[in-house]
Design a protein around this ligand. Structure first.
Ligand code: PMP
Length: 363
């Protein structure tokens, strides 16, 4: 017997119980091999099946077209901030960045160290509470790419559709914190990357989806572990990949398929987020959401209470009620509820009940 808490951690975060149970059942003897996936050669038939099945399931769930490569890499989404620039922006070329929160700002700063970069929108002066309108951004028609972050994990703003960019300029997207939370038209993107540790699996693996023609841009003589071409052509097996993280990610993908895929997942995510936003909106100002309503994320909901002391009390009392991980990021303050795919509806319900009760007692 074990106890599970209501886990609102921003990442690493909650995983589906059936996934953990299967991993547990297969821990000592993975499918008759007499070893765990951790102990297995990455060149073995068994692991080949694990990584190929994970890729096939990912392709099916997201509808990834044939002309895209899928890579399972290390270094986190943070390494992709640099790799995107190193691989796709030729010497002398420039890339455009949309800055809607802390993560796209960090992506921009990394790219800036390595070459020419332009900012086409920066929401910082408004404390990253909104998304840009297409009309406010003026893109470089010759940009190597336009980079944006689909969902800002800290500021809780999430794109509802892709920004409209000049024809022929590839969109590069950090999808770390809402990857697999909803259907996406992959064909609109040049590159999508995401650290697994929110919706897709444990920390340690980063998924990168890249349109094949862009690999022609990869410069000669990049260090191999930073070279998309080498990594894509080796099927993520140039060196030892993060085998166990890929295995767990594979189990999460099976779980998602069993649930009914991304359309169904989105419905559930929508429902969970709507419940929490409703309490915020009906609190008469006791709870204040950070993001403007039209920019609100379905994954991460940062919000404030009337004062910091109440916010501390909220976190402490929530913890006693087994509601974990609700403290906001230090840069925004307050609270943040992360409602990733694997967070059960009941946990969102428990949070909503707690919030209402808390307001009654302290409001
Ligand atoms: N981008 C986003 C949107 C994130 O939420 C995070 C991590 N919270 C990162 C990038 C950095 O990811 P990693 O820790 O995997 O490098």
């Amino acid at each position: 017997a074990y106890k599970r808490v209501h886990n609102f951690n921003p990442g690493p975060s909650v995983l589906p119980v059936p996934v953990l149970e299967q991993a547990q059942a297969e821990m000592l003897d993975y499918q008759g091999t007499g070893m765990s996936v951790m102990e297995m050669s990455h060149r073995s038939k068994e692991f080949e099946t694990i990584i190929q099945t994970a890729e096939a399931d990912l392709r099916e769930l997201l509808g990834i077209p044939q002309n895209y490569k899928v890579m399972f890499l290390q270094g986190g989404a943070s390494l992709q901030f640099a790799m995107v620039a190193m691989n796709l922006r030729a010497a002398g070329a420039s890339a455009d960045y949309i800055i809607t929160g802390a993560w796209s700002r960090t992506a921009f700063k990394e790219a800036q160290k390595l070459g020419n970069t332009r900012v086409v929108f920066n929401g910082e002066s408004e404390n990253f509470t909104r998304l840009p309108e297409d009309a406010e951004m003026s893109f470089d028609p010759n940009a190597a790419y336009v980079h944006f972050c689909h969902n800002e994990t800290i500021h809780g703003v999430e794109f509802k559709r892709e920004p409209v960019v000049p024809e022929g300029v590839p969109l590069v997207c950090d999808m770390s914190s809402d990857f697999l939370s909803q259907p996406i038209d992959v064909s609109k993107y040049g590159v999508i990357y995401a650290g697994a540790q929110k919706n897709a699996g444990p920390a340690g693996v980063t998924i990168v989806i890249v349109r094949e023609d862009l690999l022609a841009r990869v410069p000669e003589k990049l260090p191999v572990m930073l070279d998309y071409k080498v990594l894509a052509e080796s099927g993520s097996l140039h060196n030892t990949p993060p085998c166990y993280a890929i295995y767990i990610t594979g189990l999460v993908l099976k779980w998602l398929k069993g649930l009914g895929g991304l359309t169904k997942m989105y419905e559930i995510n929508r429902q969970k987020a709507d419940m929490v936003y409703k309490v915020i909106d009906e609190s008469g100002g006791f709870y204040r959401g950070h993001a403007r309503p039209e920019a609100r994320s379905i994954m991460n909901i940062p919000f404030r209470l009337p004062n910091e002391q109440l916010e501390d009390t909220f976190v402490k009392e929530a913890k006693k009620a087994d509601l974990i991980g609700l403290k906001g990021h230090r840069s925004v303050g307050g609270l943040r509820a992360s409602l990733y795919n694997a967070l059960p509806l009941e946990s969102a319900q428990a949070l909503v009940e707690f919030m209402k009760d808390f307001q009654q007692r302290y409001g």
